[in-house]
Design a protein around this ligand. Structure first.
Ligand code: FAD
Length: 428
C-alpha cells in the first residue's frame, strides 16, 4: 500500500510492513492504537509522547488524585503488559518538533527522526499561561507533575488558594481544595461562572453550589497581577466591571487577595506548534474533514482536532474526555477503511464535571446564549435537567445530579428534535 493512498481492509493490506505513527500517547492516541489492532492492523505501530512518564488519565488530576483518594496506579491509562499485547513501539520522552509531509517523517526535539506511512495526530492541548512572569506558587494544571505540585502546595489545611478563571477546571480544583481544608476564592472576569460555555442560569446554580460550601466567588472582576518576590504573596484585582459580583465584594481596600497558591485556569491551546511548517491546515487546532482526516493518511483525534459536527454551524474543537476516546477509535477506522468508506464522526458530545457532591453532565453543544428550559427539578434546588434551545431546536441538555433523566434526551439530540418535543418527553 502506498503512503497516503486509500487503504482497503483486506488481510494482505493489513499485513503489509507499513508503519502507523501515533503522536501523543494519552487518551486519544492510545484509543487509536488499540482500535487499529482490534481492526486487524498488523504493521508497525509506533506511539510517542513528549512526557517521560507512563500514560495516565487526566480527569482525576483535579478530583480524586488531587484529593489524595486515588493513587498513581488507579489513573494509569496503559498497563505495561498491554504495550506488549498490542505490539506497540512506545517511546516516552519523545517530543515531536516538526512534520515533513512530503518525506512522511517527524523530527523530534532530541534530533531523532521517524518515518511513517500514516499518521495519527493526538497531541491534545496545553494550558494558556499568564501573560507576565509569575512568582513561585502560581501554577497551571494539565499534567501529573502539575497535580503533584498543587497537592503539595495545598497542604496543610488553611492554605489560601486563588483560582483565576471560573471554568470547569478551576471550579473542580476549588471544590477539591475545599475538601482538603483550603480557603478557596474563584475570580472570573465574566459576569457568570462557566460563562464561556453555559447559559448564565446554569452558571448561577454552580455559583450557589460553591458558595454553599464556602468558596468565595468573585465574578465581573479580573486579576491584574500576582504579587510577591520569589514566592506568591497575593493577587491584585482590577477595578470590577459594572454588574459583576466583584463590585460589592471588592471595595478599593479589598482589591488585593492574600494567597499562598494560585491556579491559572484560563483555558488551553491545542498543541500544534510542531505542525506549523507542515502545510497542514491549522486554525485553533488541526482542521479535519468529517471523518477526521486532515490530509491523505493523516488523521487527528481528541483536544487537538477541529472538525465539522452535525450539531454545529461551524467546525468545533472539543475538550472532553469522551470525545477524545471516541475520536481515537474513529480515526483508526478512517485510516484503515480509506477515503471511499470512511464515515463522518457524528457522536453526540458528552462531558461531565464533579464538583462537591454534584455530578454535572451535559450532552450536545450548549452555548451561553441558548434559551434554557428546566424540565426536571429546579435550578434553586441544585438538582435539575435543563434543556438548551436555539432557533426552536434542542441543542443540548444539562443535568445536575440527574444522570438517568439526562440520558433520555440523547436520542432526541441525535435526531435534532424540536424543543417542544423534548419538553414533552418527561411529561409522558
Ligand atoms: C485536570 C483535568 C481534568 C479534566 N476533567 C475532565 C472531566 O471531568 N470531564 C471531561 O469530559 N474532560 C475532562 N478533562 C479533559 C480531558 O482530560 C481531555 O479532553 C483529554 O485528556 C484529551 O485527550 P487527548 O488525548 O486528546 O489529549 P491530552 O490528554 O492532552 O494528551 C495529549 C498528549 O500529547 C502529548 N504531546 C503534546 N505535544 C506533543 C509533541 N509535540 N510531541 C509528542 N507528544 C506530545 C502530551 O504530552 C500528551 O500526553 C480534564 C482535563 C484535565 C487536564
Amino acid at each position: 500500500m502506498s503512503p497516503g493512498s486509500a487503504a482497503g481492509d483486506s488481510r494482505e493490506e493489513l499485513d503489509t510492513g507499513s508503519t502507523i505513527l501515533v503522536v501523543g500517547a494519552s487518551l486519544a492516541g492510545l484509543r487509536a492504537a488499540e482500535a487499529l489492532r482490534e481492526r486487524g492492523f498488523r504493521g508497525r505501530l509506533v506511539v510517542v509522547d513528549a512526557e517521560p512518564v507512563a500514560p495516565y488519565d487526566r480527569p482525576p488530576l483535579s478530583k480524586e488524585y488531587l484529593a489524595g483518594t486515588w493513587g498513581r496506579e488507579r489513573i494509569a491509562l496503559l498497563e505495561p503488559q498491554r504495550v506488549d499485547a498490542l505490539g506497540l513501539d512506545l517511546r516516552l520522552g519523545w517530543a515531536a518538533k516538526a512534520l515533513d509531509l512530503s518525506r512522511r517523517s517527524v523530527l523530534f526535539e532530541h534530533g531523532a527522526e521517524l518515518g511513517f506511512d500514516r499518521l495519527v495526530v493526538a497531541t491534545g492541548a496545553s494550558p494558556r499561561v499568564w501573560r507576565d512572569p509569575v512568582p513561585d506558587g502560581v501554577l497551571t494544571l494539565r499534567t501529573l507533575a502539575d497535580a503533584d505540585t498543587l497537592r503539595r502546595l495545598l497542604r496543610p489545611p488553611g492554605r489560601r488558594l486563588v483560582v483565576v478563571g471560573g471554568g470547569f477546571l478551576g471550579l473542580e480544583v476549588a471544590a477539591t481544595a475545599c475538601r482538603l481544608g483550603a480557603e478557596a476564592t474563584v475570580v472570573e472576569p465574566l459576569p457568570s461562572l462557566l460563562g464561556r460555555v453555559l447559559p448564565p442560569a446554569v452558571g448561577a446554580a454552580v455559583r450557589e453550589l460553591h458558595e454553599r460550601h464556602g468558596v468565595r466567588v468573585l465574578t465581573g472582576v479580573a486579576v491584574a497581577a500576582f504579587e510577591g518576590g520569589d514566592r506568591l504573596a497575593g493577587v491584585r484585582l482590577e477595578r470590577p466591571r459594572a454588574g459583576g459580583s466583584g463590585t460589592a465584594a471588592t471595595g478599593d481596600e479589598e482589591r488585593r487577595l492574600g494567597a499562598d497558591v494560585a491556579l491559572v485556569a484560563i483555558g488551553v491551546r491545542p498543541s500544534v506548534s510542531w505542525l506549523e511548517s507542515s502545510g497542514l491546515p491549522l486554525a485553533d487546532g488541526l482542521v479535519c474533514d468529517a471523518a477526521l482526516e486532515a490530509a491523505p493518511g493523516v488523521v487527528a483525534a481528541g483536544d487537538v482536532a477541529r472538525f465539522p459536527h452535525p450539531l454545529a454551524s461551524a467546525p468545533v474543537r472539543l475538550e472532553h474526555w469522551t470525545n477524545a476516546a471516541e475520536q481515537g477509535r474513529h480515526v483508526a477506522a478512517t485510516l484503515l477503511l480509506g477515503d471511499a468508506r470512511a464515515e463522518p464522526f457524528s457522536s453526540v458530545p458528552y462531558f461531565w464535571s464533579d464538583q462537591f457532591e454534584v455530578k454535572i453532565q451535559a450532552i450536545g453543544l450548549p452555548e451561553p446564549s441558548d434559551e434554557v428550559v428546566v424540565v426536571d427539578g429546579s435550578l434553586e434546588s441544585g438538582r435539575f435537567v435543563a434543556l438548551c434551545a436555539r432557533g426552536g431546536s434542542l441543542v443540548a441538555a444539562i443535568g445536575f445530579g440527574r444522570p438517568r433523566q439526562l440520558m433520555a434526551f440523547h436520542p432526541l439530540l441525535r435526531r435534532r428534535a424540536t424543543i417542544s418535543e423534548a419538553v414533552s418527553l418527561l411529561e409522558r
